[in-house]
Design a protein around this ligand. Structure first.
Ligand code: 1PR
Length: 550
């Protein structure tokens, strides 16, 4: 198999990129020092995290000149995500750090007045302009395909500005902002999105670049193209994983967090076994899931951290699933079985190296929020949220919230933020607040959901996975009141979770809240509905969704 050189400087999930490159028929050789660059024929710079971190790493290690020489020599070069940003002159994110300057423009932060930032999800990379039909694809990019983006900074697109210097440009729109999704000129190609996380559409782009197929004939209707522009609604499949009583790792699912079978009289039966994690993740990917989330709900307490079975599950899943993978459960400082202290950052690093794109933090985030308020809203810099987002970027840190309703007769009877609810409490109470819990809902804390999301946003979290204990496994639809309340309190994207029982619940949550994504578990695991049925239903009801491509 022909080889591709990957620059080994990054923190983050390069495993998926390696898997994707292998999937399209190439092998990966690592560039481990600047001296390796001249022997590279095709060079890829994957990028995650901060612009400044990436560029200063390249600078300090002495890569800048060899990369420039590679590009100048006319050899194929591809930048991905921050790898694209590196081609620019600079970024608002780190104004003092210089980019490669191949493109004499700067990157700007998205405006968060009217939308969530980071921009996370599936969007276009469209080469057609003003409704015109594109005749040729650029490195396999199709105007109607969607690609996975995750970033807060972007190159704003101004008609003709890059084209006058010979660049071919594919763009995407986020809110009112049009930005560069991909650029190409001569031997250089770069994508702001992650092709390795963009399903079949992304694999096609990688294959075209590696095969040197810059353009091919395309036939797409202009009307189809413009109607599909913009960020799609994300549908996520979630797999709660734990060891059952026989010691096997299984996908399970609870009702209000109780995962044991009920015999009709009492709970406490065996752990529900709904299938094998790797097979089920692949099945949902093939049904069109936009992301897969694994929640390790027991944290496998009795084995050394490095042997955690979840690492193997991620490695195997990332070989066949080319959409983002999130892993949650046990992301916190831990004492290993031999007594060694392991930081939350080290735990997260193991997961990223095994194929995870994001880690999800539950209990530890609640404790960190308590400390944040106790210290008068001072950031310690030492929490799991802060250390992981500083190293891997905000987008890599999801906060999984497990709230439950506490009913009160009036807003004055609690210091917490209340809402007036359409679902009154057992004594007819018309108000409630949402209490954060830890340890899988077993322990309630004196922190409300608004306090939590405000604190973790300040710490650098990139997304909120918003569960709801009363709704979990109920098949009665999402808690729309909770979702609206949280959306009003935060700028970072929110994933609605708990209660999905049929495709119309997804339509309802997207129509009646501003949630960025919605997650389902039980209805998929029990085989009642497929992810494809949910997406078809959303599309029929006018929502923008990504279509699964064969
Ligand atoms: O606290 O950082 O170790 O993380 C533990 C993680 O495990 C948290 O994300 C917590 O939500 C999750 N968890 C812990 N115990 C349980 C349990 O069920 N006993 N799972 C549990 C919670 C997650 C939900 C579920 C939705 C959708 N389940 O995301 O998937 O409610 O279900 P539905 O569509 O069937 O209604 P830490």
């Amino acid at each position: 198999m022909p080889a591709v050189h990957l620059l080994d400087y990054v923190a983050g999930n390069v495993r998926s990129l390696v898997n994707a490159i292998e999937k399209v028929g190439y092998t990966v050789e690592w560039v481990k020092s600047p001296a390796d660059v001249p022997s590279a024929e095709k060079l890829i710079i994957p990028g995650v995290g901060h612009f400044g971190h990436c560029l200063s790493q390249l600078e300090t290690a002495g890569y800048i000149e060899p990369i420039r020489a590679h590009i100048k020599a006319g050899k194929p070069f591809m930048g991905i995500c921050v790898g694209l940003q590196a081609l620019f002159e600079g970024s608002e994110e780190d104004p003092d750090v210089k980019g490669l300057g191949v493109i004499p423009l700067k990157l700007h932060k998205f405006d968060d007045e009217d939308k969530s930032v980071p921009h996370i999800g599936w969007n276009s990379a469209n080469t057609s302009r003003k409704g015109e039909v594109t005749e040729e694809s650029l490195y396999g990019l199709h105007p109607s395909s969607k690609y996975y983006y995750v970033h807060s900074y972007a190159a704003r697109y101004t008609d003709g500005e890059l084209e006058k210097d010979g660049w071919a440009v594919a763009t995407a729109k986020y809110g009112n902002e049009e930005f560069v999704g991909a650029v190409a000129r001569d031997n250089v190609f770069a994508t702001q999105f992650h092709p390795e996380k963009s399903g079949v559409a992304g694999l096609r782009v990688l294959k075209a670049f590696l095969g040197g197929n810059k353009s091919e004939k395309l036939v797409e209707k202009a009307s189809t193209v413009s109607a599909r522009e913009g960020l799609t609604r994300r549908v996520i499949a979630c797999l709660d994983v734990r060891t059952n009583d026989q010691g096997d790792l299984v996908v399970t699912k609870g009702d209000q967090y109780d995962v044991r079978e009920k015999d009709g009289v009492s709970t406490g039966g065996s752990v529900r076994n709904l299938g094998k994690p790797v097979d089920m993740a692949k099945k949902y990917y093939e049904q069109g899931a936009d992301e897969i989330t694994f929640l390790n709900i027991t944290s496998f307490r009795n084995c050394p951290v490095a042997d955690t079975p979840m690492l193997e599950i991620l490695k195997r899943t990332s070989e066949t699933v080319f959409v983002p993978l999130t892993i949650g459960g046990g992301i916190r400082e831990t004492v290993d079985t031999d007594g060694t202290q392991i930081s939350a950052l080290e735990i997260a690093t193991m997961y990223f190296k095994s194929g995870a794109d994001k880690v999800s933090i539950g209990s530890d985030a609640v404790t960190a929020a308590e400390e944040y308020y106790a210290s008068g809203k001072k950031l310690s810099g030492a929490t799991a949220v802060e250390s992981i987002s500083a190293a891997y970027g905000n987008q890599a840190v999801v906060i999984s919230v497990d709230p439950r309703r506490i009913y009160v007769s009036s807003p004055d009877s609690t210091p917490h933020h209340t809402i007036e609810t359409r679902v009154p409490g057992p004594k007819g109470e018309r108000y409630c607040w949402y209490q954060c819990t830890i340890k899988g809902g077993r322990e309630g804390r004196d922190v409300d959901v608004r306090q939590l999301v405000t604190a973790v946003e300040a710490m650098g979290a990139g997304e909120i996975l918003l569960n709801c204990i009363e709704k979990d496994g109920s098949n009665s639809g999402f808690d729309l009141e909770l979702i609206n309340d949280v959306k009003a309190a935060t700028k970072i994207p929110v994933i609605a979770s708990s209660g999905a029982g049929n495709p119309d619940h997804f339509r309802e949550v997207f129509d009646e809240t501003a949630t960025d994504a919605a997650l389902g578990a039980g209805m998929f695991h029990r085989g009642e509905y497929t992810v494809k049925q949910v997406k078809d239903h959303l599309r029929e009801n006018g929502q923008l969704v990504r279509q699964y491509e064969e």
